[in-house]
Design a protein around this ligand. Structure first.
Ligand code: NAG
Ligand code: NAG
Ligand code: NAG
Ligand code: NAG
Ligand code: NAG
Ligand code: NAG
Length: 847
């Protein structure tokens, strides 16, 4: 990202040059009135610095460059140079050139022969090369690069397309001080020649696939010079060697690798390390005595397997600003004495351990925290009183911390302007919530508590609001002003009254969950304004009337659950056309009647169709075979969404919501979440369907569950039904079907069990004899089909994960708000959607 402001220059450039009259010309980000490189520049033979980064110049020919004989520093970053074939070579021929910055310039790669050919008469002074984000392949870069073997000191080739191993020859660049190969596809080992790089201060290799063993990798690196070693996000294995051998080391990043084993027992030297990142590995055992690392400012070891106590290890770390310890197995009590010396602390993440935090309400700590993340620590019954002393936090997560209390009024009153994230979920907090109008609080999670009373006013820039699983009551019209709301979860409360007709305010909404409340009346027309909503559930309310026609504007819907209401009318014809992205359509237990719309089959991504317990009549449409979401051999993988990039994840406040679906499963209502992506099911049971079961249904090869019971279906059971090999259950009971197949039609289903097959189902009761006098015909029917007649799929359900990242569409000012949050602790906070958005922008646009 560049932050240059664009300035439009109405006056001719020569005037500016005349005014500046200096050997340094910095026009970065400037919008020129004429886009051509002003030819006046080419006569400035005294010019030493030329910075046109992100400006609007268009550069095609590069002859003007060759006359700038004094030029030392040239920056043309973020300018499209795809047609300036010889620019790079002309630049390195400038006799005085030292630094060349060409970030994200769409440099031509192999198509430009000149890039490959040796550069005659190149400058001996050329030292700093920055070709970040040009997507150049290894075979174009390497031969060219090694021509400057003797002179280069700093190389940045981040975000290019370097694959294969790191070339040995890099190790012959004796003057190399910084080498940045971030985000390429490099694999294998660090070449042993690297031990010759005795001036190397910074080595940055994050986001590659290096898979060396860490002790051997350390053996190849110069010990005295290295100050920054960044190997984040590789496949590096082995245990952690004594890194105090690197005597100058200040920053060491080994996060997101495959490290295992425990910490070295002792360290050779006292270290001057400032930043140590070991997060996301599999390190186990105890933390060592950290007194050799008294200089540390940032220490991260989240998501490892470390155990033992943490508290007394912290005491000597009096310079510590950031501590990330979440998701380990630490135990014990952390009390005031352990943290009293940590007066610089701003970032504290102890969440997801078994820690008890025992700090008295009266204590006044010496630190002012910015990030307070204590999820799953035990804080005691009462709301932590010491928080009263913290005036500057932007993140507070005290979810699942055992609080059984109401929230003191000083807390609400003290919520400061800078707070961005508040998570109070999964406690037993009771009482009402006052209006929270001040401040900007984009992410609020108060779910799973005992809050009562009306839904208060929330800050206008709330993006995520989760109040589910509480006892809020009354209407929800107080939310109508939250116009940038994206995720709203009010499920499982006692909310009542009509749904407000203000949905047109929420055009950024992606998740709307109102299920299990007491809403009445019809679904308002304005619901159609939610054009980005991808999940909408109003299950289990008392909604009446027909589905509003406007719903067909919600064309991003992937899950629609309106089950357990009193909705009526025909299932609309437009479903198939407008809601073509639907994956889950769940309308059970309503009063829907008439026949099924034929274009239902146009919902070709559909995986779950539940229309049970309605009054639908007519035939089952033959076109079901056209629903490719159900015919595919494995569920459509395009519905899996994984937004994990190479960004460093510290605390992740993602705009992520995992789909849930309630399904009738072998007679029980179950919630499917993680495995939902694997469930492919049709439930049309308990309706008034008649006619035959279309044989086309047997081509829905991905079906895991099919329930057509309790209808008036007649005719034979389709012969090929045994082809549905994934079927976990098939319920055809309480129809008037003829048994038309023999046992061999199930031969392809080795795990299928139950009558009429020879295999008995594991864990089943003795099958009841049909001669048993007490069994009514109906019961017998049920027993035959429901209970005894299913396959148990074991494999599929163990794996699989299906999350949904709603597309968070935010204002520009928003993005910056988040980035400001980043800056507070050295880019440590990540809002996944945000950064990936920025990243995509960076890749696709030349700003
Ligand atoms: C640049 O210098 C050349 C030769 O010294 C001269 O002919 C030309 O007019 C100059 N161009 C500008 C724009 O000053
Ligand atoms: C290289 O420099 C020599 C002498 O300075 C000159 O004769 C020759 O033309 C130059 N070559 C190129 C390709 O510029
Ligand atoms: C706190 O710091 C002081 C001075 O730096 C030191 O004497 C004391 O031992 C430290 N306390 C703990 C518990 O380490
Ligand atoms: C709040 O905390 C809970 C428990 O730690 C977590 O599951 C949930 O995702 C958090 N909410 C948000 C919005 O981040
Ligand atoms: C099913 O798809 C086939 C091929 O795409 C098409 O010809 C047929 O008309 C479709 N059937 C229905 C009922 O939509
Ligand atoms: C099929 O649906 C009916 C309700 O319509 C339910 O009672 C029955 O248990 C279901 N069958 C199975 C196997 O889940």
């Amino acid at each position: 990202m560049n932050h240059h402001r664009r300035i439009i220059l109405p006056i001719p450039l020569y005037m500016i040059i005349a005014i500046i009259c200096s050997p340094h010309l910095k026009l970065a980000g400037i919008e020129f009135t004429s886009p051509k490189v002003p030819y006046q520049i080419s006569n400035l033979s005294n010019l030493q610095t030329l910075d046109l980064a992100s400006s609007s110049v268009v550069i095609k020919n590069t002859e003007w460059l060759s006359r700038l004989s004094s030029l030392k520093y040239l920056n043309l970053s973020y300018i499209d140079l795809s047609e300036s074939i010889s620019l790079l070579n002309n630049a390195v021929r400038l006799p005085s050139i030292v630094e060349l910055h060409l970030v994200n310039c769409l440099l031509p790669n192999h198509t430009a022969k000149s890039f490959l050919s040796p550069v005659k008469n190149s400058s001996n002074s050329f030292a700093v090369l920055d070709l970040d984000s040009n997507y150049l392949p290894s075979y174009a870069i390497y031969p060219w690069l090694f021509q400057f073997n003797g002179s280069l000191t700093d190389i940045n080739l981040s975000d290019n397309q370097l694959f294969g191993t790191i070339p040995e020859a890099l190790g012959t660049m004796r003057n190399l001080q910084t080498l940045d190969l971030t985000n390429n596809g490099l694999e294998g080992c660090i070449p042993s020649s690297f031990s010759n790089l005795v001036s190397l201060r910074e080595l940055r290799l994050p986001g590659n696939n290096l898979n060396q063993d860490l002790p051997s990798l350390f053996g190849y690196l110069p010990k005295r010079s290295l100050q920054v070693m960044d190997l984040y996000g590789n496949q590096i294995s082995g245990s952690l060697p004594d890194f105090t051998k690197f005597t100058a080391l200040k920053e060491l990043y080994l996060g997101l690798n495959q490290l295992n084993g425990s910490f070295p027992e002792e360290f050779e030297k006292k270290s001057n390390l400032l930043i140590l990142d070991l997060a996301d590995n599999r390190l186990n055992g105890l933390l060592p005595d950290l007194s050799a690392f008294g200089s540390l400012l940032e220490l991260y070891f989240e998501r490892n397997l470390l155990n033992g106590t943490l508290a007394e290890k912290l005491a000597p770390m009096s310079n510590l600003k950031s501590l990330g310890a979440s998701s380990n197995f630490f135990q014990g009590i952390i009390s005031e004495t352990h943290v009293t010396n940590l007066s610089s602390l701003v970032y504290l993440d102890l969440s997801y351990n078994s820690l008890v935090i025992n700090i008295s309400a009266q204590w006044s700590p010496s630190f002012q925290l910015d990030i307070i993340s204590l999820s799953s620590c035990k804080l005691g019954d009462s709301f932590p009183g010491w928080l009263r002393t913290q005036k500057n936090f932007s993140v507070l997560d005290v979810s699942n911390t055992g609080i059984i209390d109401s929230i003191p009024s000083w807390f609400w009153e003290s919520l400061n302007q800078g707070i961005r994230y508040l998570n109070l979920s999964s406690n037993q907090i009771h009482g009402t919530v006052p209006d929270l109008m001040s401040g900007n609080l984009p992410i609020i999670d108060m779910s799973s508590n005992n809050f009562t009373g009306y839904i208060p006013l929330f800050p206008l820039d709330t993006v995520t609001l989760m109040l589910n699983d509480n006892m809020f009551s009354g209407s929800i019209s107080s939310l109508c002003n939250l116009t940038i709301l994206s995720h709203l979860d009010l499920s499982k409360n006692k909310l009542s009254g009509k749904l407000p007709d203000c949905w047109k305010n929420f055009d950024r909404m992606t998740i709307l969950n109102l299920e299990f409340n007491e809403f009445t009346g019809s679904i308002p027309d304005s619901i159609g304004a939610l054009v980005y909503v991808s999940m909408m559930s109003m299950r289990s309310n008392s909604l009446t009337g027909e589905l509003p026609l406007s719903l067909n504007n919600c064309t991003s819907l992937r899950l629609l659950d309106l089950g357990e209401n009193q909705l009526a009318g025909k299932i609309p014809e437009w479903f198939g056309e407008s809601l073509s992205t639907l994956v889950v359509l769940s309308l059970p237990s309503n009063q829907f009647n008439e026949t099924l719309p034929t274009n239902l089959c146009s919902l070709d991504r559909l995986q779950i169709l539940d229309l049970s317990l309605n009054k639908i009549s007519g035939n089952i449409p033959k076109c079901l075979e056209n629903i490719s979401g159900m015919t595919a051999r494995s569920p459509d993988s395009t519905i899996e969404y994984n937004a994990i990039g190479l960004e460093r994840t510290r605390l992740t406040y993602r705009a992520r919501y995992v789909f849930k679906a309630l399904l009738q499963w072998k007679g029980r209502q179950s919630e499917y979440q993680k495995t939902l992506g694997l469930v492919v099911s049709i439930d049309l049971s308990s309706n008034k369907l008649s006619g035959e079961i279309p044989s086309e249904i047997t081509s829905l090869l991905a079906l895991v569950a099919l329930n057509l019971s309790r209808n008036s279906l007649t005719g034979p059971i389709p012969q090929d039904i045994g082809q549905l090999r994934r079927l976990d259950f098939l319920d055809l009971s309480r129809n008037d079907l003829l048994q038309s197949f023999d046992v061999s039609s199930y031969a392809g289903n080795p795990t299928l069990c139950g009558v009429p097959l020879p295999n008995r189902c594991l864990g089943d009761d003795e099958p009841r004899s049909s001669k048993d006098k007490d069994v009514t015909e109906e019961e017998f029917d049920d027993n035959l089909i429901n209970k005894d007649f299913y396959v148990s799929i074991v494999v599929g359900f163990a794996i699989g994960f299906w999350g949904l990242c709603g597309s968070l569409i935010l204002k520009d000012s928003w993005r910056h708000a988040y980035f400001r949050l980043f800056d507070t602790v050295r880019d440590r906070i990540l809002v996944t959607m945000e950064t990936s958005f920025a990243r995509i922008q960076r890749r696709t646009s030349l700003k």
